[in-house]
Ligand binder design. Structure first.
Ligand code: F6R
Length: 592
């Protein structure tokens, strides 16, 4: 995944520093190379392998001339992260420049065809075919708009593209299919970007392009064409996210800021209660529920299954989005398929949603307003975590859980569960206030090799999520297990070198989990427990014990017990010298 930005500003404004600020806000989407192109009589391109700051220090990106241009931050998919493969890419004559997020399936054929016709390629990316095709069609007599339109009939795959041409200065073209793209306008001018945080400082009137739509931005305004090339009327939404929300505000990393913001994410999502009640009223008869999601959102879905089955008694399945095609055959009109996605743009989830819409009722729980899935699902619950920039999902996970608990509690007409939710923000704050203690512990303990996370019932998905948080940012191999499953094989791996995190809140399963805790302790494991404050039995049997407010019972625990696990992952990452906001090989939105 990559991030793209384009802007066309008022004539006296310089585009480069604006583009630089915008693309910096998208670094979470990719950070192996960076590049910009601006126009000032000629198209000037500066690009190189490396992070934004280091490339700027070398090339002085902010100093480029011109009042319009495009920028890109890359996460390599086709072609290694090298200077040549960095975007923008040009045609042979340097008169068309393009940035692209997505993957082109048929680029090898197109490249071979263009080479035969005499085009010379400088990179091994799929993207480079785009400027060559546009230029070829312009040479055949088409204008930029028509040439880009024709180009999109030739390329196959996913794309968000921004393009400029020397032949038609003062025009910025943007088009999307399967990769996200927004158009925005504000005081300084007009923008196209992969995601809202890029433009918040300059523009908060946002239009989300739909698949197949093309935007033409000039200093006179915005035109939008549908897939057939017909001009359509557009409406923008004013977005109330502030630029500060997408900045670090004094925190060292986005991840720690977002962990601390979790109490607010819960509070703000609780405000959605009335709209969830309305959705439940409209959905009608549901005999079966199926959750579909990926990664962290998948873990939130498993919690949803346990909750709905125990509170409401409706049978629930949970399907990993990329596996849906093998399992979805029995969905019907009485099935409610719930899609959970922070971004609302995840490719596998979107494809599953498209299928589910053919047979069943669909509900999307998404954090990004106006994202593709929020447009495509029949019903939408909008979590209120605000923009999440850290690649590892934290506050959006607890916001998803809040929405699921509200949904399940309201469906079951269970006021007790709903009432408990209102106390969650305070429990979370109690933990994040003590984060210095966790930092010291993580610095003094040598986490190496492998780690296990154990939990039962509601705490099983917490174990999965705790393990995912550790492995994705520390690169320590970690596995989450249903506590009772460990003895069916993995117990063989436990010895005195292996830390085992045991999630053991008070409640029905406490005694069983305590048995599992003792099993691993007996095999010499380093037991790190998360349980109720003052529980001496846990303390006696653990090397490290993170104490949580004893009012938090096993049912509500997923919203709270994940917090110390996130903090541990964050501080272990720092102790190991890695950047938690930018885990290697990963990016925030997976649109391929
Ligand atoms: C992990 C993480 C990913 C995402 C997954 C789904 O910290 O962030 O596992 O949860 O890529 O993304 P969304 O929720 O945007 O569909």
């Amino acid at each position: 995944m990559c991030g793209i930005v384009g802007c066309i500003l008022k004539e006296n404004e310089k585009a480069a520093p604006v583009l630089f600020n915008c693309i910096s806000m998208l670094e979470y989407r990719g950070y192996d190379s960076i590049g910009m192109a601006t126009f000032n009589g000629e198209i000037e391109v500066k690009k190189a392998r490396g992070g934004i700051e280091s490339v700027d220090a070398k090339l002085n990106l902010k100093d480029m001339d011109g009042s319009f241009g495009i920028a890109h931050t890359r996460w390599a998919s086709a072609g290694k992260p090298t200077d040549e493969n960095a975007h923008p890419h040009l045609d042979d004559t340097g008169s068309v420049a393009v940035v692209h997020n997505g993957t082109l399936e048929n680029y090898s054929e197109l490249k071979a065809e263009l080479i035969k016709e005499g085009h010379t390629f400088r990179s091994s990316t799929d993207t480079e075919v785009i400027p060559h095709l546009i230029k070829k069609f312009m040479d055949e007599g088409l204008n930029l708009e028509e040439a880009l339109g024709k180009c999109t009939t030739r390329i196959r795959g996913s794309y968000a593209i921004a393009a400029i041409s020397k032949a038609e200065p003062d025009k910025l073209m943007a088009v999307r299919k399967y990769s996200p793209l927004i158009i925005a306008y504000g005081e300084k001018g007009y923008f196209a970007a992969s995601d809202t945080p890029a433009v918040l400082e300059y523009a908060r009137n946002i239009i989300r392009l739909k698949d197949g739509e093309t935007a033409i931005l000039t200093r006179k305004g915005i035109r939008i064409l549908d897939e057939k090339g017909e001009e359509i009327e557009w409406k923008s939404k004013y977005i109330d996210w502030t630029p500060e929300m997408a900045k670090k505000e004094g925190y060292k990393h986005f991840m720690i800021k977002e962990i601390v913001e979790q109490s607010c994410a819960v509070k703000n999502t609780l405000i959605q209660k009335a709209s969830i009640e309305k959705i439940i009223g409209e959905i009608g008869d549901v005999k079966r529920i199926c959750f579909v999601a990926c990664g962290t959102s998948y873990h939130a879905s498993i919690t949803g299954k346990y909750l709905i089955e125990s509170l409401v008694g409706i049978a629930c399945d949970v399907v990993i989005a990329s596996e849906f095609r093998y399992t979805a055959k029995t969905w019907d009109e009485n099935t409610l398929v719930i899609f959970i996605s922070q971004s609302g743009e995840t490719y596998d989830s979107r494809m599953a949603l498209k299928e589910a819409n053919k047979t069943s009722k669909t509900l999307a729980i998404v954090n990004v307003a106006g994202s593709a899935m929020s447009e495509e699902a029949e019903y939408v619950i909008q979590t209120q975590a605000g923009p999440e920039i850290g690649v590892a999902a934290t506050k959006t996970y607890v916001a998803q859980l809040t929405a699921i608990y509200l949904f399940a509690g309201l469906l079951a007409e269970n006021d007790e569960v709903i009432d408990k939710l209102y106390k969650v923000p305070a429990y979370i704050d109690e933990i994040t206030k003590k984060r210095e203690d966790i930092r010291k512990l993580c610095e003094s303990y040598d986490f190496k090799g492998h780690a296990f996370y154990l939990g039962r019932g509601f705490s099983y998905p917490t174990a999965l999520e705790g393990a995912l948080k550790l492995k994705e940012i520390t690169y320590i191999h970690a596995e989450g297990y249903a506590a009772g499953e460990l003895k069916h094989g993995p117990l063989a791996l436990i010895d005195e070198t292996v830390p085992v995190f045991v999630i053991i809140p008070p409640g029905e399963d406490y005694t069983k989990t305590m048995t599992n805790l003792k099993e691993v302790e007996a095999r010499g494991a380093v037991v790190i427990s998360v349980g109720a404050e003052g529980d001496d039995k846990i303390r006696e049997n653990s090397e490290i014990f993170f104490e949580i407010n004893p009012e938090v019972d096993d049912m509500i625990a997923p919203l709270v017990y994940i917090v110390p696990l996130q903090l541990i992952s964050y501080y272990v990452t720092l102790a190991m010298g890695y950047n938690p906001d930018k885990p290697r090989n990963l990016s925030k939105v997976i649109t391929v």
